[in-house]
Design a protein. Structure first.
Lengths: 307, 289
């Protein structure tokens, strides 16, 4: 299963890597935003889908990554910038996780939302105070092909790590926490450590994605990169796709980036209304997400294999 | 001294509105475990409807308040019927229900806010109502702020009185304490849940109506109030309506004084800081022993 999954990921990645040489700029930028959401939604589902700790803090990690990139891109080599974004986001998530991961359900969701808003305001304040400006113009930036391939690499890494994690003890521990945390603890899972590690791991990908995407925008400010909408759309894609599946979020990321690209510019309000309705419908009628559609069918065909 | 009186009184005035917003939200959460993050959007709806009634039909906000309350109550019934009833039936486990209803709330937020943007556009709007100045202890306040505060307090205390004294209120409190026990003594959940959800929205709408008398309104005005309501609820305790009233007033005063002592640009950092600190250290609220 894991081997077949990895092979499929490698095939998809090879196709995606060729796109900048085959398609025009518009389609490549579409593919780029799709890959960004693949990375974000897959890494979100890795932790939140498995443990059912719904995190709304993705935008905090993304924004931190973007700011690390803005601060260092002129001075450091590109891979170091990306790694820095990932590390800072992971460290921040680790610290925040130590403080808030004992709270479940709504408390956790609301706290992570508060955390990303607090980070945004703190960065705004810090930039005003010490840099004398709110936004930053990125004059030095790698070529757009480099950015595309970087985001592709992050997305592939996220999917690959998700596949590996699923089959590992660590992944089973995460799912055990989602099913029944107390039981998992009783059975000897170090729940606190697993949760903090999972939260930090998932944040690392969001941080890396933020660091890579920041240079695409040439001008960044806290309102743009800490936009709670990034976090919400990530959750939306993962939920609509199916928080427990790998292929679901991939498909959903594709659908949503297409929707966003074609609707958002012409009908921004209608686009967001559609997003809202989709989210509600998905939560109400597709608790397993889009992936639930083919998973139930597969189970119906092979009733014994499902057990 | 005069400065401090001014800070405290203006803090209390803002806090009264905070309290009203938070009480509706907390009532819904305490009873049904629905943390409705689209709460502020219904506040915005109330503000716009009041504005529209004032401009088009020349109705004073207070004359329009009763129909507004009824209207939003009905909206609440419909929203509950469409979104939350099915969710509650298909998701019996509390934690999963909480997480999912939160996501439904975000969906509603997108829908309501952007429908408002489509209908009314993104501009700031406002009207003049009771804009004269009244002086208290030598400090001047505009009359509309005082009236809004009084109305918020009346509505808030009224809600607490209903919860304390009437049979209906007792039923609601019983369900908050023990849903199963309430079912056993014959309280009709299927009727009470939508009704309480409607009351929550009606209170949000009332807060919006009061705000529209004082401040300019815009379709994105709701979100900050949702956040403030969450902070107030965290201060007063999830599920405690009286706690929300006290927490709202407290937050108003703390904000007014904090902004005076530091700087207005730190307002959100301060509120979020307080919020996270309280949730991390005292997740059951400040007033719980």
């Amino acid at each position: 299963m894991a081997r077949r999954g990895l092979a499929a990921v490698a095939g998809g990645a090879a196709v995606a890597a060729a796109l900048p040489w085959l398609l025009d700029d518009f389609l490549v930028s579409l593919a780029l935003s799709c890959l960004m959401y693949v990375a974000l939604a897959t890494s979100w589902a890795m932790f939140s889908g498995a443990t059912r700790y719904v995190s709304l803090g993705t935008s905090a990690f993304f924004g931190l990554g973007a700011y690390v990139s803005a601060w260092t891109v002129a001075a450091a080599p590109w891979p170091v910038v990306i790694a820095g974004g990932a590390l800072i986001a992971a460290a921040f998530a680790g610290l925040a996780g130590l403080a808030i991961l004992h709270l479940r359900g709504t408390y956790f969701a609301v706290l992570t939302f508060g955390m990303s808003e607090l980070t945004r305001h703190a960065v705004t304040y810090g930039e005003k105070q010490y840099a004398g400006t709110v936004g930053r113009v990125l004059t030095v930036a790698p070529s757009s092909r480099t950015v595309y391939l970087t985001v592709l690499a992050i997305a592939v890494a996220a999917v690959g790590v998700a596949v590996v994690v699923r089959g590992s003890r660590f992944g089973l521990a995460l799912i055990g926490i989602g099913a029944d945390e107390q039981r998992a603890q009783t059975l000897g899972v170090p729940t606190r450590r697993v949760k903090v590690a999972g939260f930090a791991l998932s944040a690392a990908f969001a941080g890396a994605a933020g660091a890579a995407m920041a240079v695409r925008w040439t001008y960044i400010d806290p309102t743009a990169v800490f936009n709670p909408f990034i976090g919400l759309q990530t959750v939306l894609i993962a939920i609509v796709g199916g928080p427990l599946s790998l292929t679901g979020p991939l498909l959903a990321a594709l659908v949503f980036s297409l929707l966003a690209e074609f609707l958002r510019l012409q009908f921004p309000y209608a686009y967001l209304i559609a997003l809202g309705i989709l989210l509600i419908v998905a939560v109400l009628y597709l608790p397993q997400g889009l992936a639930g559609l083919w998973q139930t069918r597969a189970r119906a065909e092979r009733p014994t294999a499902a057990r | 001294m005069r400065l401090w009186i001014e800070l405290v009184v203006s803090g209390l005035i803002t806090g009264g509105i905070y309290a009203l917003v938070a009480m509706g939200l907390n009532l819904q959460y305490g009873l049904m475990r629905i943390l409705n993050v689209s709460h502020g959007e219904f506040l915005m709806l109330g503000a716009y409807l009041t504005y529209w009634a004032y401009l088009v039909m020349h109705l004073s906000p207070f004359v329009f308040l009763p129909p507004l309350l009824v209207g939003l109550f009905v909206v609440g019934l419909v929203v509950h019927r469409l979104c939350f009833r099915r969710l509650a039936e298909t998701t019996p486990e509390v934690e999963a229900f909480e997480a999912r209803s939160l996501l439904v709330g975000f969906g509603l937020m997108f829908v309501v806010q952007n429908v408002a943007l489509l209908v009314w556009g993104a501009d700031l709007r406002g009207y003049q109502y009771l804009a004269g100045t009244v002086s208290i202890a030598g400090v001047g306040f505009t009359a509309n702020r005082l009236v809004a505060f009084a109305a918020a307090l009346v509505l808030g205390l009224g809600l607490i009185a209903v919860l304390r004294a009437t049979l209906l209120g007792r039923a609601v409190r019983a369900m908050m304490q023990s849903p199963t026990g309430a079912l056993l003594v014959g309280i009709d959940v299927r009727r009470l849940h939508p009704a309480v959800f409607g009351v929550g929205l009606a209170l949000a709408g009332a807060a919006g109506a009061l705000l529209s008398m004082v401040f300019e309104i815009s379709p994105s005005m709701g979100e900050p109030y949702t956040v403030t309501a969450l902070i107030v609820i965290a201060l007063g305790g999830f599920g405690s309506v009286t706690g929300s009233l006290l927490g709202g007033l407290l937050l108003g005063v703390v904000e007014a004084i904090g902004m005076h002592l530091t700087s207005p640009s730190l307002k959100m950092v301060l509120s979020y800081g307080v919020f996270m600190l309280v949730l991390i250290t005292r997740p059951n609220g400040l007033f719980v022993r």
